[in-house]
Design a protein around this ligand. Structure first.
Ligand code: NAD
Ligand code: AKB
Length: 315
């Protein structure tokens, strides 16, 4: 039986709900403490312990880590790209301070591992658009991207300087049906399914030919667990790994949905999020993750679309 006791911070968010459920399945409900600033998500209620926690309050966080005997932290609290541009200082403060609080406590309490997701938002207009490599020109233009890139170097620093086993990956846009996305530029790819099943029409805030890297949530959760379970000597990247799965445009996902909902209509009204999307790569080279810990996605656009529609139809 595993001695690990896991704290998930941001457990009521888009990733947090599904990650908490999967960690509880693997480690047992009582071994995974869910925490968030907002109320407990209905889907995780009754599956294990929940504590209300503000990650910005380092002392409170430290007390919880000691009191609960925490050995691993999954830090998911953040402000994403679109919301970040509306309040840059708030995004910078939360995204940086939450990570520094967790890394410092991990160092002091000698936690076994920390998981902190970065994003494809670290890349900017000067990075290669196609198959963007692990190591390349990185000049982010959003506050979210800047905070993620700085965070990657803090992870690297705490690993090299203090031996903290912090692991990270640059998630693409995530698509899921259990918990709603929280203010990203890629959120259209979730909204489109709700609107297709409801009103059968969707007004997209990105242009029809805006290709972006995306991933279905089951792949994203599996990627996090596989990275965290990999042998430490296999981890050659201590900033953050590129991971990829699918790349598509609003037009392409709309055509895929139309195969199942023929009357579905998409229109386009690009807003401020178009500039954010235009600054990111269209596809990602994840060969280093594949080489180091055998990362491989399982869902393509077709398979994901069928699964999303089937599951949302039941909701
Ligand atoms: P989300 O916004 O859905 O969830 C974040 C959660 O953190 C929310 O439930 C929020 O209440 C909580 N939170 C905010 N401030 C907090 C605080 N002070 N204390 C405690 N909890 C707080 O975000 P998500 O989509 O689940 O993203 C999780 C992580 O993954 C973030 O670091 C994000 O940058 C990264 N990521 C997400 C995506 C994606 O498409 N969802 C892509 C790339 C990277
Ligand atoms: C966003 O759009 O901000 C996120 C991300 C790619 O990090 N989904």
């Amino acid at each position: 039986m595993s001695k690990e006791k896991i704290l998930v911070i941001g457990a009521s968010g888009q990733i947090g709900v599904e990650l908490t459920l999967e960690l509880r399945r693997l480690y047992g409900g009582a071994k995974v403490i869910a925490s968030d600033l907002r109320e407990e998500n209905d889907l995780i209620k009754g599956t294990g312990p929940y504590v209300s926690l503000d990650v910005m309050n380092k002392e409170m966080l430290h007390v919880q880590v000691i009191r609960q005997g925490i050995t691993q932290i999954y830090l998911l609290a953040a402000i994403l790209s679109a919301t970040g541009e509306k309040n840059p200082m708030l995004a910078w403060n939360l995204n940086m301070q939450s990570l520094l609080n967790v890394l410092d406590i991990a160092k002091e309490e000698k936690l076994t591992k920390v998981f902190w997701p970065s994003s494809i938002a670290v890349f900017g207009p000067t990075s290669p658009k196609q198959n963007c490599p692990q190591q390349t020109v990185i000049e982010p233009v959003t506050v979210y991207g800047i905070s993620k890139y700085a965070g990657e170097f803090w992870c690297n620093y705490y690993n090299h300087r203090y031996g903290v086993d912090v692991r990270s990956m640059r998630y693409p846009g995530l698509i899921s049906y259990k918990s709603s996305p929280g203010g990203g530029t890629t959120d259209y790819a979730v909204e489109i399914f709700y609107n297709a099943l409801g009103e059968k029409k969707y007004k997209c805030f990105l242009k029809e030919d805006t290709y972006l890297p995306m991933m279905y949530m089951p792949d994203a959760i599996r990627a996090a667990i596989e990275l965290m379970q990999a042998d430490a000597e296999k981890i050659s990247i201590r900033t953050s790994y590129n991971v990829s799965a699918i790349s598509f445009s609003p037009n392409e996902i709309a055509q895929e949905i139309k195969k199942h909902i023929p009357g579905f209509v998409i229109t386009y009204a690009p807003d401020y999020r178009q500039a954010i999307a235009d600054s990111w790569p269209q596809s990602i080279d994840d060969s280093v993750a594949n080489n180091d810990w055998k990362w491989e996605p399982k869902y393509n656009l077709e398979k994901m679309t069928i699964d999303m529609l089937n599951n949302l139809d039941k909701v």
